[in-house]
Ligand binder design. Structure first.
Ligand SMILES: Nc1ncnc2c1ncn2[C@@H]1O[C@H](COP(=O)(O)OP(=O)(O)OP(=O)(O)O)[C@@H](O)[C@H]1O
Ligand SMILES: O=c1ccn([C@@H]2O[C@H](COP(=O)(O)O)[C@@H](O)[C@H]2O)c(=O)[nH]1
Length: 240
């Protein structure tokens, strides 16, 4: 009999920064291989997995904007960074024999497929991991928003954010040693308190579509699968 899991279809957002490992830039092959393996375990549990990888290990548009440059051009570069990471993750999955497809919000047909909800749906139903690259395809957004958008479009039961911290705190735990961690919190409270672990647009989109958020440390080996099994450490964001 199939093992029971909390969700049957999820969107996993992995922050680009998490792929750095010990490096200052780019992708640590050991890290991406471990994450690919954990995604494969989720598929083996019968979970349909959509995957969004951020671009923070390569480029963020705000870097250019803060230096007085053109934000739109910077965001275009950031979106391309997310495509690079998606291709890297696709390779890592395929090396492990985990079938996956890359759909980009920005058409680049010689490199990967252009996003189509219908084709992504068919791929998920066939137990393929679906990588959503290029964020929303628009500047002034982030991959958190892209992940919330795809989670809504694909009818995901939860949006997992795998990041460098083990949940949502009352303040950024990397800056405030007195920050207090939440086990559960509502979307409304995350927004009202201005908690920055995910961007506001993403939290609002998840709230409006009744999608719970699960914030956990992707640095913690097996956390993703443990949480799917009803164990593991995470902050759950859900309506009261
Ligand atoms: N209230 C909070 N609770 C938890 N983390 C917070 C909070 N406020 C800010 N953060 C910070 O938010 C970060 C999460 O964002 P993350 O690094 O995953 O960025 P991202 O934009 O999603 O991904 P990328 O690295 O691809 O740009 C954490 O590392 C944490 O330091
Ligand atoms: O919809 C989107 C998604 C992303 N961007 C740009 O890409 C970078 C990297 O994404 P992160 O979410 O920060 O990892 C982001 O900083 C934006 O510059 C975008 O423009 N639109």
């Amino acid at each position: 009999m199939a093992e029971s899991v909390r969700f049957r279809r999820v969107l996993l957002k992995v922050s680009g920064e998490a792929l750095l490992g010990d490096q200052p830039f780019g992708i640590d092959e050991k890290v991406i291989d471990r994450i690919a393996g954990e995604v494969g375990q989720a598929v083996d549990l019968g979970v349909e997995v959509g995957l969004v990888v951020g671009g923070g290990n390569i480029f963020r548009g705000m870097t250019i904007a803060k230096a007085g440059g053109n934000r739109v051009a910077g965001d275009h570069m950031g979106m391309l960074a997310t495509v690079m990471n998606a291709i890297g993750m696709h390779e890592a999955l395929e090396r492990r024999g985990i079938s996956s497809r890359v759909f980009s919000a920005v058409p680049m047909p010689t490199i990967c497929e252009t996003f189509s909800q219908q084709r992504a749906e068919r791929a998920l139903k066939r137990s393929k991991v679906v990588l959503f690259a290029g964020g929303t395809g628009n500047p002034f957004f982030t991959t958190d928003s892209g992940a919330a958008l795809r989670a809504a479009e694909m009818g995901c039961e939860a949006l997992f954010k795998g990041t460098n911290v083990d949940g949502i705190y009352s303040a950024d735990p990397r800056k405030d040693p007195n920050a207090v961690r939440f086990d559960t919190i509502s979307h409304a409270e995350v927004l009202a308190r201005g908690l920055q672990v995910m961007d506001t647009a993403a939290v609002a989109l998840a709230r409006d579509n009744g999608i719970p958020l699960v914030v956990f440390s992707i640095q913690e080996p097996n956390a993703f699968v443990d949480i799917l099994r009803g164990q593991g450490r995470a902050t759950i964001v859900a309506d009261e």
